[in-house]
Unconditional design. Structure first.
Length: 223
């Protein structure tokens, strides 16, 4: 088995404890850096939680008692994870990819955009905002309505990445109301189901795998 291969792991059918996931990622990151295991992409679903990134602001936690709140080392601010949201953790050796974190984040965004396009959704970047957004038309006052459908959060240790992206497939969108997602008050959140797309978690998992290889290339191994 080539150490440069990317191992593809899916365990989203049974919710994974967030703290366990972070501990597992940190273990894998150390092993990848020491060339002791393959790079990995891991698809998971979590129980309902709020996570605070390194740039989180206390005022953006609106309801601290609603779900567990976990401090995490990824970049960004507050976000929500829970049932119906597919999270893709990418543990990749960026020293094999030009040691360019900006390009890596751009590629993660493109991965989400391409995956959403599979379902007829035009996901877009927005200057000065993190994540992937969709245009929902205009409100009664003629203002453009936008909503976030995918989040991006990254940490890099000794040029190995972890954390990654999340896509809202069919979460309870009311669960986002306990925080200001990513510190952005003026725009909401959406999901595939909210947009009228009846895709399943399995459908989105398959699209993530197909489009990962398109964006990042590389040999993958299923475990």
């Amino acid at each position: 088995m080539s150490i440069n291969s990317i191992e593809w792991k899916e365990s989203w059918e049974c919710p994974t404890d967030y703290a366990f996931a972070v501990a597992q990622m940190e273990k894998n990151v150390a092993a990848i850096r020491d060339a002791a295991c393959n790079q990995q992409v891991w698809l998971v679903e979590h129980p309902p939680i709020y996570t605070a990134g390194t740039a989180s602001r206390p005022d953006d936690l609106l309801d601290p008692n609603r779900f567990p709140v976990i401090q995490t080392g990824r970049g960004g601010q507050y976000t929500y994870h829970g049932p119906g949201q597919l999270v893709a953790y990418a543990m990749l050796d960026l020293s094999q990819r030009g040691s360019d974190i900006r390009k890596y984040v751009h590629d993660l965004e493109q991965w989400a955009i391409d995956t959403l396009f599979e379902f007829g959704i035009r996901g877009e970047r927005r200057e000065g905002r993190v994540g992937i957004w969709v245009d929902r038309g205009q409100d009664s006052n003629g203002h453009v309505v936008e909503a976030k459908i995918a989040a991006v959060g990254v940490r890099v240790r000794r040029w190995v990445s972890y954390h990654g992206i999340s896509i809202n497939v069919e979460p309870d969108l009311d669960h986002f109301s306990g925080i200001v997602p990513c510190g952005i008050q003026e725009h909401g959140v959406t999901s595939l189901v909210d947009l009228g797309i009846t895709a399943t978690m399995a459908d989105v998992a398959h699209a993530l795998r197909t489009n990962f290889e398109t964006v990042f290339g590389s040999e993958t191994i299923t475990t």
